[in-house]
Design a protein around this ligand. Structure first.
Ligand code: MN
Length: 424
């Protein structure tokens, strides 16, 4: 069932009129405004199952109450987000945090909320209760073959769970590395890891992709065995054409030029997936677009340009996911903000006049090139994003409706979260 915009926004025909005025203005200014609205409507961002609870730091965790207690409730929460913004139509599961006990039931529940299963995520960065071998000194890199074998088997089990749910990709993030010089042999760690990834890769169904996620540091602080895009690219290249690099915005050293990394990975056909978040210092996992929105825009410029150059479908040919944590915000509010920030950056990137930019580059007109980018960045594209939402059956102001600041029809508070009560 779709949310009835008139019911929910009946109170605010004024906001709707304001939106229409702003939209009409933009449509006059931007010849391809309706194409952008269409592209925005098709663009879906997966929500990871672990983003729905209150996160924490090693210093503490301050739960707000009303957190989903099980996978069913997590799916309901994402279903709510998707009903509001029509742009969160996928869920990404982490094993073993969210093992689907009854995959057919979970699959049906997700489908009823209009959700697909995005990449499956394995976990060899923690020891689980009853586990035979410890990952204290790494998983796939470990000097002990039994530890490596356990990590390989876990990943293959994650693929099996994913097949049952209709997922088509596996994301492998390894915390493997070392904390002190001399602790391990870089070469042996790489070779062991590659061997393990090859065994996992061999278990992938034909239509699956494997994403090799890198991270510069933490929890290891001297070396990380998949530490940067070059290392990830090396693994992905050696593995084969189902393996790709996954870029997580927070997994770089400070000031890394992520847009350039994105551009080159796309050029080589090896960019597979994307984890959105924002940061000031390290892997801060803050709300997307909250700290460096211009960087997010520049990344999207390269995504759009690089995908167009390869005739890729923006909406479906890369895995798009938010990977953030929420220590001081309601996770659902944060996710609504994050999805909108992604849509805004995407829309702004679609606004860039590529022909003019290329011409400016060809004549080394640095000033014109900057003006062209900033012209797009400084355009308020929120009416285009809102219009895409409305046309897909979402609401004008997802955060406002969620917060219940406005007249609501059919909304109740349950478990501390707003749930649409009108049923599916
Ligand atoms: Mn990530």
């Amino acid at each position: 069932m779709q949310i009835d915009q008139n019911k929910i926004d009946g109170y605010n025909s004024q906001s709707l009129r304001k939106h229409e005025r702003a939209l009409t203005y933009l449509q006059g200014e931007i010849p391809h405004a309706d194409d952008i609205i269409q592209q925005l409507g098709a663009f879906q961002i997966a929500i990871p199952s672990w983003a729905l609870g209150t996160g924490g730091t090693r210093f503490g965790r301050f739960p707000a109450g009303g957190e989903p207690r099980n996978l069913e409730e997590k799916i309901e929460d994402i279903g709510l987000l998707h009903r509001l913004n029509r742009a969160s139509g996928a869920i990404s599961l982490h094993i073993p945090w969210d093992i689907p006990e009854d995959p057919a039931h979970i699959r049906a529940l997700a489908a009823a909320h209009g959700l697909k299963f995005d990449a499956m995520n394995s976990n060899t960065f923690q020891d689980q209760p009853g586990q035979a071998h410890s990952y204290k000194f790494g998983s796939l890199q470990n000097v002990n073959r039994d530890v490596r074998k356990q990590a390989i088997e876990h990943n293959i089990e994650v693929i099996r769970h994913g097949i049952a749910l209709g997922s088509e990709s596996l994301t492998v993030w390894l915390s493997d590395g070392s904390c002190f010089p001399g602790q391990l042999s870089f070469r042996k760690a790489f070779e062991n890891t590659l061997e393990g990834l090859q065994e996992i890769y061999a278990a992938l169904p034909d239509n699956w992709k494997m994403f090799v996620e890198y991270k510069a540091f933490e929890p290891n602080f001297y070396s990380t065995t998949v530490g940067d895009w070059g290392q990830s690219y090396l693994y992905a290249s050696k593995l084969g054409n189902k393996a790709y690099t996954l870029v997580d915005l927070g997994h770089h050293l400070p000031n890394a030029n992520i847009e350039q990394i994105v551009s080159l990975l796309l050029m080589e056909g090896k960019l597979g997936g994307f984890h959105f978040n924002d940061s000031k210092y390290g892997d801060d996992d803050l709300t997307v677009g909250s700290i460096k929105p211009y960087q997010l825009f520049l990344i999207f410029c390269e995504l759009v340009d690089g995908m167009n150059a390869r005739n890729m479908q923006h909406a479906t040919d890369l895995g798009w996911m938010i990977d953030a944590s929420h220590n001081v915000k309601d996770p659902l509010e944060d996710l609504l903000q994050s999805v909108e920030a992604i849509q805004i950056a995407y829309a702004q990137a679609l606004l860039v006049d590529r022909a003019k930019l290329t011409a400016a580059q060809e004549r080394n007109d640095v000033v014109a090139a900057q003006e062209i980018l900033q012209q797009a960045y400084r355009t308020d594209v929120r009416p285009l994003v809102a219009e895409a939402r409305l046309r897909s059956g979402g609401v004008l102001d997802p955060l406002g409706v969620y917060r219940g600041e406005q007249v609501r029809a059919g909304l109740i508070r349950e478990r501390g979260l707003v749930t649409i009560a009108t049923g599916l």
